[in-house]
Design a protein around this ligand. Structure first.
Ligand code: PDD
Length: 283
């Protein structure tokens, strides 16, 4: 089915949507984005996603509409496209100006874009994937959800070409995250994940999984995990809005949890599915 998108106040067929070649998103990747999962027509953790959208915008000093505007756009996007399970994509750039200059003019109108794609939602226990350890070559503001993703793309491409599902990134001997997901490790019954600082994207599913773990009475430590301790991991999983809770069975040649989905990971997968049902009122 052809997709209808939102662009600068207009609703148009995806292939009709055009932006200026002078858009700073095109010239400089001067913009931010957000990805919101939708289950049975209901956005999941929308308040949290919109709060992060506003944080990214204010970090870049881009003035864009508030949350009620985006809520209305998302509702209409869902209505017009009629997809039940979907990923909503929002992108805001600083706007377009004919003189290419690193320093933007003061009176730019931001470019506002929203689109949607079908999400093959699952309700089962996913199969473990393999990851490969790479140096985190990204910039030092990974907390901003910027469309400037060249390092992430290169790392993902290299990992895929070597037959891995995702690169697992390390900086100065500490695990940060994946190229497009957050990292969780389990050792001796305790769940570890990198702290929310400038070296990781503060994942919405990451925060949600921490809450779910705590509700299950599991201990979570938001502290950096050393590369030298990876061999001690009993379980490893990744989180993101599209992957949800993704078990990992291998880091390069190192087998984790016998290559299976570990018991705490399985518990969190189940809890995540249950929360999708509850929060999106799915019977
Ligand atoms: N990626 N870390 C990075 C670098 C990411 O790009 C993402 C999300 C996450 C997980 O964030 P969340 O739980 O809010 O989805 C962590 C999205 C899905 C993307 O780039 O499409």
């Amino acid at each position: 089915m052809p997709i209808t998108v939102f662009l600068n106040g207009q609703w148009i067929a995806a292939e009709q949507a055009k932006i200026s070649v002078f858009d700073r998103g095109f010239l400089f990747a001067d913009g931010i984005y957000e990805v919101v999962p939708v289950y049975q027509q209901r956005p999941f953790l929308l308040v949290e996603h919109l709060a992060r959208l506003q944080r990214s915008l204010s970090a870049l000093q881009i003035n864009a509409p508030d949350n009620s505007f985006w809520q209305a756009v998302i509702s209409e996007l869902l209505e017009r496209n009629g997809l039940a399970d979907a990923l909503v994509y929002i992108q805001v750039t600083r706007g377009a100006e004919a003189n290419r200059s690193h320093l933007a003019g003061a009176d730019l109108q931001p470019t506002l874009f929203a689109s949607i794609s079908p999400l093959p939602v699952h309700w089962h226990q996913p199969k473990p994937v393999a990851v490969t350890l790479f140096d985190d070559i990204r910039w030092l503001r990974c907390d901003i959800k910027s469309t400037s993703l060249l390092a992430n793309i290169m790392l993902k491409q290299q990992a895929h070409q070597a037959g891995y599902s995702e690169p697992l990134l390390q900086r100065d001997g500490w695990i940060t995250e994946g190229a497009s997901c957050n990292f969780f490790g389990v050792r001796n019954g305790i769940i570890y994940t990198a702290p929310k600082d400038h070296l990781i994207l503060p994942g919405i599913s990451r925060d949600h999984v921490i809450q779910l773990a705590q509700q299950l009475g599991l201990e979570v430590r938001e502290q950096a995990f050393a590369v030298t301790d990876l061999a001690e991991l009993d379980e490893l999983f990744l989180t993101s809005s599209s992957r949800e809770v993704q078990p990992v069975g291998r880091i390069d040649d190192m087998i984790i949890a016998d290559g299976q989905c570990g018991p705490l990971t399985a518990q969190l997968v189940t809890a995540y599915h249950a929360s999708k049902r509850t929060l999106c009122e799915i019977s």
